[in-house]
Write a protein that binds this ligand. Structure first.
Ligand code: AMP
Ligand code: MG
Length: 408
């Protein structure tokens, strides 16, 4: 099988997941719990927005024709506060004191900010200290949306603004796609539970914990399957259990060692391999297959490899099986604070710090010990991407940066 660039590998994941044509079940959630979910319904405007000509400033509602000259004096015939209407109309030479959010009275066609007026000499008049133009300082009825307009389309991802839009339209419940259930299986005869006291040569299952968080960040529901020893039967049992969920993510057991048995077990279970290596470091031996109709990721077990490869390859699968469009990788550009040089002809993801010392994004790789060194990643806020096609970058050059989710 050919070795792919990470961009090509990501595309293959997206294609293969789309080809599954999986239609996630739909459920109803409270608006309060909807953030991060994927809308399975359209949200339409139940009325015009704004529903009336809405003042955008505290001041006076005037007829602009009366205020062509600076210094016009107008009679104040009343006031209108937010939530109230004004029954009379405004005639020539008149105005109404108005508050932000109140309805502009009939007859008025502009609002002059209170700061641009002063009290008149007779107590019920006001001097307008600027000229007014029709439409000034108010949002006309229906200028944001007309009744029946689509405000949110499926499959929009629900963020803060979407919550506000749905609330504005009177929706306290939303129909959303069920989160994809993502089975997480760690492998390795050295792996013990986080709560266990590890023997001298044993390692705690940190990938199980970190992958669960990554699944949640990606919009999925983690299903923790613990760990399986590096034995055909144990792996087969764990993998079969994982294939009952929507997506299976396996950590470890995909390298070239004698006991890296994930690929043979998947093959026995009828997996169709899409790729089994990617031109990246860390993460080169990443495996992606479709097995019994389910996307399966075999991620190398070194904690940094697991973290990076989930982000690059598994996250888009969670998007697609969650009914959403796959989100692009959120790469930023930053200037290198110090030069970097890598030697292996792979695209490198190096733990790094992105800072904005003089308002300009600047990135510096951190010294680290390689793909087992998750502690250095915890000091980083991003990964510096050193492309395989340009392994040497000088200080001051622009480079791609992948922010750490939940940190930057
Ligand atoms: P592997 O990909 O199975 O060859 O494992 C590579 C390295 O990652 C080994 O040093 C493992 O002990 C370590 N490793 C594998 N799985 C985990 C895990 N679930 N949690 C923490 N470290 C792991
Ligand atoms: Mg292993």
């Amino acid at each position: 099988m050919q070795c792919l660039s990470y961009q090509e590998a990501r595309k293959k994941v997206i294609e293969a997941c789309r080809e599954l044509r999986y239609a996630p079940p739909i459920e109803t959630v409270d608006l309060n719990d909807a953030v991060g979910r994927v809308l399975a319904q359209e949200i339409g405007a139940d009325r015009d927005y704004p529903p009336f000509d809405r003042a955008a400033r505290d001041g006076f509602a005037v007829r602009s024709a009366d205020c062509q000259q600076i210094g016009a004096t107008l009679r104040v015939i009343g006031e209108v506060a937010a939530g109230a209407g004004f029954l009379d109309s405004v005639s020539t030479g008149e105005c109404v004191r108005i508050m932000t959010g109140a309805a502009v009275p009939v007859g008025a066609d502009a609002v002059v900010m209170v700061e641009q007026t002063r009290a008149g000499s007779d107590g019920d008049s006001v001097v307008i200290e600027r000229s007014a133009t029709a439409g000034m300082n108010f949002a006309p009825r229906g200028s944001e949306a007309r009744k029946g307009d689509v405000l949110l389309k499926a499959p929009a991802r629900v963020g803060v603004a979407e919550v506000a839009v749905a609330a504005q339209a009177g929706r306290s419940k939303l129909r959303v796609y069920r989160k994809p259930r993502v089975a997480i299986l760690s492998t390795g005869s050295e792996i013990v539970d986080v709560d266990a006291c590890p023997g001298e040569f044993e390692i705690r299952n940190s990938n199980g914990a970190s992958l669960a968080v990554q699944v949640r960040f990606a919009g999925g529901e983690p299903v923790a399957l613990g760990s399986a020893a590096d034995e055909m039967d144990a792996l087969r049992h764990g993998i079969e259990r994982g294939l009952q969920e929507d997506i299976l993510v396996i950590s470890g057991g995909v390298s070239a060692g004698k006991y890296d048995l994930v690929e043979p077990v998947l093959r026995d279970l009828g997996a169709k391999f899409v790729f089994d290596s990617v031109e990246i470091r860390p993460g080169q031996p990443t495996v992606f297959a479709i097995c019994q109709g389910k996307p399966v990721f075999g991620l190398p077990g070194n904690p940094v490899s697991t973290l990076v490869t989930f982000e690059l390859f598994a996250a888009p699968a969670v998007d697609i099986l969650g009914g959403a469009e796959p989100r692009s990788l959120p790469l930023l550009k930053a200037k290198l604070a110090t030069g970097v040089e890598q030697h292996a002809a792979l695209t490198h993801f190096l733990p790094a710090r992105l800072e904005w010392p003089k308002g300009e994004a600047t990135v510096a790789a951190l010294p680290w010990q390689g793909s087992g060194d998750i502690a250095t990643v915890a000091q980083a806020n991003c990964f510096l991407v050193v492309e395989r096609t340009k392994l040497k970058l000088a200080a001051g050059e622009w480079a791609d940066v992948l922010p750490r989710r939940g940190i930057l």
